[in-house]
Each structure stands twice: as structure tokens, then as C-alpha cells.
Design a protein around this ligand. Structure first.
Ligand SMILES: *Cc1c(COP(=O)(O)O)cnc(C)c1O
Length: 375
């Protein structure tokens, strides 16, 4: 079976985890500091980076940094990961579901404009799959409406927008390094902020509110005396996770290049094939996470079933948030694109260093499926 996701775990990652275990400092320590530096170097710019346990934790902290709470509204695309909805519920704010645009599937900022009220405190924007948002449009939107932007860049670590690395220009950016993402720490996340003051807040928020300088723990030491002046969580990153993450960042070029080649091969094989709609563009500057196709909703489930019989696993990213029991009462705008998408999307397998022959095989099977339909 060709899986949807397949982590690139090689000798370097195994050695890194072994070394970090042998060092005997298991919690947050020197590897976490080095990992933060590696992330900061990759994204460039003058930003501050704090590693956390997951991107979900990072999104939670991002909302707290933006001072989002009860009585506030957060506009988010209904087409998103459940983590983005949960964190809004965690801080007691109201979700306002927005549609996404047909091209690239990012949040539709024109429709978001119609949802802005006096209560709107923040908007979550997300780069989807193998592309990035129009971030200039995001900047203009934020300035016009005076709202905070939480940029969920879980899919776009290592990608660029107009020559600038993702993470180098947004209000608050969150990356994911979870088990299936392009770069993994097993589990991990990073929050990128603009000021040292926000970084200091993150250091407290991620470790039980302790005003204990992270710099002590970065030396694999413990600060025994400290004050606690605010609520905090247990969201820090562990040394072994950071060690694995660094081994992964060292191969970012290979990860990015081979994933991009994979996407290009899919697009080449499936272009000019009417039954299948493919993502636009040549993925230049992208570190693609997912390659997706859209097919007429009447064929979607049958095609997935057929591919499974042929040894090809597929996925659906995602079911829309406004359809879930917990959030179906939430405010929502027009969701025409989202509702259609949800019935058309298929995630095809994409791995770092994926065999091009596997992609050719998958495309042959997709064609065969629709060929049979024409008989
Ligand atoms: C994976 C993902 C998350 C959650 O990341 P974790 O590190 O697993 O918590 C959030 N948003 C999006 C868009 C994701 O794909």
C-alpha cells in the first residue's frame, strides 16, 4: 500500500535521537535552543522564535498573545484543521466561519470583510497544501480592520511568498512539526513573533508561567528559584524532539526539492485530463506538504475506494468545521466553495524522496478509473 504520508526518518534522525537520550537531559535544553536558532536562520528576518510541544499549543498561545478571550470573535476558514477551531473554543472566544477561495483554497478575505464586527479580534489565515496565501492582501486586510493575524503555517515551513520566507513577515506565525508534516520533530511546533516582549511572554506561557529564564534551561540546567505571575501551560519542546527536528532541517533542501518534483510529476500526468482538477502553478519556492486533486463529487468516494483496491491510500483534508457537532451553531458567512470542496477533494500520497514511478502508477490508476466510466 502506498501511504498518504511517510516520514523521512534516516540514520541522521536515529543518531540524533540516540545522542539526545544519551546526554541524559530529557526536557527542554540545549537542543531546543539550537533548534530555535535553526528555524530562525531558515526563515531569516528579524523575528523571535519559541519552540513549543505542538502547533496546536502554539496556536493556543498565539491567541493568548493577541489577547483573544471571551466576548471576542475570531474569523477562521471553515476549511481548516480542527486544531484551529479548538484553540478558539479554548480561549472562550466565538468562531466565525468564513469561506475559502476556489484558487489555492485559502480564506476568502473579501467574504471575511463582510464578517468583521466590533468584536472581531483576530483572523486565522492558513497556507494550504502546496501553495501559500496572498499575504499582501492579508496585510492590507489586517491594517484596514485593525485585527491581529494568526498565520497558521503548519503546511508551509520552508516555503516562500514573493521571495520572502514564510514566518519572516506575518504578525504571529505558527509552524507544525508533527508526525506527518514535511519536517517533523515527532511532535513539535514553533511560534514566531515580532518583539522580544512577546517572546518573553511565550517563554512564560509555555512553561507554567515561570519567570525562569529559558536561557538557564538552554544550558541543560534548572533554575530553582523563580516567580509565577501569570497563568501558563506545559507546552515546551523536549530535547529529543528538537534534536530530530535539527536533523530534518539539515535536509530541508532535499525535502523541498523532492516534494516539489513529486507535485510537478502529478501535475504533468494529470494536466489536460478533464475529470481531475489539479492545483495551479509550478510550486516554485514551495515546500509542498500535500498534493490534492478535485473530482466531481459523484465520483470522489468511488475513486478513493478504487485506488485503495489498487494499493493506493488517499485522504481528505478536511471536513469543514461548520459541519461538526461542536461548532455547527457558530456564526458563518456564505460557505459555497467550502461546501462543494468538501465533497470533491482527495489528498494523494506525497512523500519526501518519493519514487516518481509510484506517482506515475497512481496517475495511471486515476486515469483507468475514469476510462472505465466512459465505457
Ligand atoms: C497539522 C496542523 C495543525 C496542528 O499541528 P500539530 O503540530 O499537530 O498540533 C494545525 N493546523 C494545520 C493547518 C495543520 O495542518
Amino acid at each position: 500500500m502506498i501511504p498518504v504520508f511517510k516520514p523521512l526518518i534516516e540514520a541522521e534522525e536515529i543518531n540524533a535521537s540516540k545522542e539526545s537520550l544519551e546526554m541524559g537531559w530529557l526536557g527542554m535544553g540545549s537542543y531546543v535552543s539550537q533548534f530555535e536558532e535553526a528555524v530562525a536562520k531558515e526563515i531569516g528576518g528579524d523575528r523571535y522564535v519559541a519552540a513549543v510541544s505542538t502547533a496546536t499549543a502554539g496556536l493556543h498561545l498565539a491567541l493568548l498573545l493577541a489577547e483573544v478571550g471571551a466576548g471576542d470573535e475570531v474569523i477562521v476558514a471553515s476549511f481548516n484543521c480542527s486544531a484551529d477551531f479548538q484553540v478558539v473554543s479554548w480561549v472562550g472566544a466565538e468562531l466565525v466561519f468564513c469561506d475559502c477561495i476556489d484558487d489555492g483554497l485559502g480564506i476568502d478575505l473579501d467574504k471575511a470583510q463582510l464578517l468583521v464586527t466590533e468584536k472581531t479580534k483576530a483572523v486565522i489565515v492558513m497556507d494550504y497544501a502546496c501553495g501559500v496565501m496572498d499575504h499582501e492582501k492579508v496585510r492590507i486586510f489586517a491594517e484596514k480592520n485593525q485585527v491581529r493575524i494568526i498565520h497558521d503555517a503548519s503546511h508551509s515551513f520552508g516555503s516562500s511568498y514573493q521571495g520572502k520566507k514564510i514566518g519572516s513577515f506575518s504578525d504571529i506565525t505558527v509552524f507544525s512539526f508533527d508526525p506527518v508534516k514535511t519536517v517533523t520533530c515527532l511532535d513539535g511546533g514553533v511560534v514566531v513573533v515580532k518583539s522580544e516582549a512577546e517572546l518573553k511572554r511565550l517563554h512564560e506561557l509555555r512553561l507554567l508561567g515561570m519567570q525562569q529564564p529559558s536561557t538557564v534551561m538552554y544550558k541543560n540546567q534548572r533554575a530553582w528559584t523563580f516567580d509565577v505571575a501569570s497563568v501558563g501551560f506545559r507546552y515546551h519542546m523536549l530535547n529529543m524532539h528538537a534534536a530530530i527536528g535539527m536533523a530534518q532541517i539539515n535536509k530541508l533542501d532535499v525535502i523541498r526539492d523532492t516534494r516539489r518534483l513529486g507535485c510537478l510529476e502529478y501535475s504533468k500526468q494529470l494536466a489536460n485530463f478533464d475529470a481531475v482538477k489539479i492545483p495551479k502553478g509550478d510550486f516554485y519556492g514551495m515546500n509542498p506538504f500535500i498534493y490534492y486533486i478535485r473530482v466531481d463529487s459523484q465520483y470522489r468516494d468511488n475513486l478513493r475506494e478504487y485506488l485503495k483496491e489498487q494499493g493506493v491510500d488517499t485522504g481528505i483534508h478536511w471536513l469543514p468545521g461548520h459541519t461538526f457537532t461542536l461548532w455547527k451553531q457558530c456564526k458563518a458567512g456564505d460557505l459555497t466553495v467550502t461546501s462543494l470542496l468538501a465533497k470533491e477533494l482527495i489528498t494523494l500520497p506525497l512523500h519526501s524522496k518519493m519514487a516518481i514511478n509510484d506517482i506515475k502508477f497512481i496517475c495511471e490508476k486515476i486515469r483507468a478509473f475514469f476510462g472505465d466510466k466512459n465505457d
